[in-house]
Design a protein around this ligand. Structure first.
Ligand SMILES: [Zn+2]
Ligand SMILES: [Zn+2]
Length: 118
């Protein structure tokens, strides 16, 4: 738990978590096998953009107790980087995440349209 961790170990813990996360996995929504991300740590499916509500205030804090499915509802481009805005379908929490290089942007634009009223 967050409060059990001494402050100095926070970064070490973060690195361990990120390493663990950057693995191939099966998407819980579309059931596609998701390969390793080239540069970034993957936190959403590149095909259907399903993400899990595991972070609370900052990315990778893993402090959320929700663990529900998050869906993309919008995106923004800042400093040549695309950020996807996710919304938790259970608690409504909003989260921004960087896109991965192999994300299917065409699919994202469609999903954003569909999810606008979430
Ligand atoms: Zn998927
Ligand atoms: Zn949630």
């Amino acid at each position: 738990m967050w409060f059990l961790r001494p402050l100095g170990q926070k970064n070490i813990y973060k690195i361990l978590i990120m390493k663990k996360i950057n693995e191939s996995f099966t998407c819980i929504n579309c059931k596609k096998e998701i390969p390793l991300a080239a540069k970034t740590c993957r936190n959403h499916c590149p095909y259907c953009f399903t993400s899990l509500h595991v972070d609370w205030e900052i990315p990778w804090d893993r402090a959320s107790v929700c663990h529900w499915i998050m869906k993309p509802i919008n995106y923004e481009i800042r400093n040549w980087t695309m950020k996807i805005l996710f919304k938790c379908t259970k608690c409504g929490k909003l989260h921004r995440n960087k896109r991965a290089d192999d994300d299917n942007i065409q699919a994202l634009l469609q999903l954003v349209k569909e999810n606008q009223n979430l």
